[in-house]
Design a protein around this ligand. Structure first.
Ligand code: B16
Ligand code: MG
Length: 219
């Protein structure tokens, strides 16, 4: 029997990979650090870092290589300094095609709107992109202890909006984010290739393919 779904009241958008390609800036920053430290790193390893916290990312990069706690903290800090440098000039031109249009549709449709990003740098990024004012709630890497794939970040966003989880749609590009949103009991829209996003309820190859109408029709 088909599951009866409640009426959708809110959207939660991931940032990197959904609204903009900050993944490239993260990649360049990790690459610089790894070159300095003579640690192997490439685009294939980088793909495993999609949607994953900074700490977890460094754990993945290091693999079996052991470093002291101090060194680990210093490496995270150094990578972040490089990343902050690279996002300094981020602007509207860095938005994915169709990203602002879909945010406008969400607002016009009368839905609540939150950002749900793992990044501790999400605020300067959305300010640079010129989309800060679309969001009534910002859930980012500073909002909760447990990062994606734990559901905490999305549950935090829903609670702050005053909407129950089953009335929220999450738009995500990463496996970790899709898992988090499913655990939160939300309706999940994937952005990206099927092999990456097939766990979502419905998916689109890129943000420009996404519209509020298509999401609601799929519901
Ligand atoms: P920071 P999202 C994620 O952003 C990125 O996809 C991931 O690569 C990054 O490690 C993470 O943010 C943490 O970022 O180092 O700036 O705190 O996709 O959740 O918007
Ligand atoms: Mg993402």
């Amino acid at each position: 029997m088909e599951k009866i779904r409640p009426k959708i009241e809110a959207f939660i958008f991931d940032l990197d990979g959904v609204l903009t390609d900050t993944a490239e800036f993260h990649f360049q920053s990790w690459k610089r650090l790894c070159e300095e430290e003579k640690i192997p790193f490439n685009r294939e390893i980088n793909e495993k870092l999609r949607g994953v916290s900074r700490k977890k990312s460094l754990e993945i990069i290091l693999g079996d290589t052991k470093v002291s706690q101090e060194k680990f903290a210093e490496m995270m800090e150094r990578k972040n300094t490089y990343y902050r440098e690279s996002i300094k000039n981020i602007s509207k031109r860095d938005l994915f095609p169709g990203a602002e249009k879909v945010l406008q549709e969400v607002k016009k449709g009368g839905f609540k709107l939150a950002l749900g990003s793992s990044s501790k740098n999400a605020r300067p990024v959305i300010e640079g992109l010129g989309i800060r004012d679309y969001f009534e709630v910002i859930a980012d890497g500073n909002s909760v202890e447990k990062a994606k794939p734990a559901p905490d970040l999305f549950l935090y966003a829903a609670e702050k909006m005053g909407v129950s989880p089953e009335k929220c749609v999450v738009v995500e590009d990463a496996e970790a984010g899709i898992e988090a949103a499913l655990k939160a009991g939300m309706y999940v829209v994937g952005i990206g290739p099927p092999e990456r996003v097939r766990q979502s309820h419905v998916y689109f190859s890129e943000t420009s393919e996404l519209s509020v109408e298509k999401v609601l029709q799929s519901f």
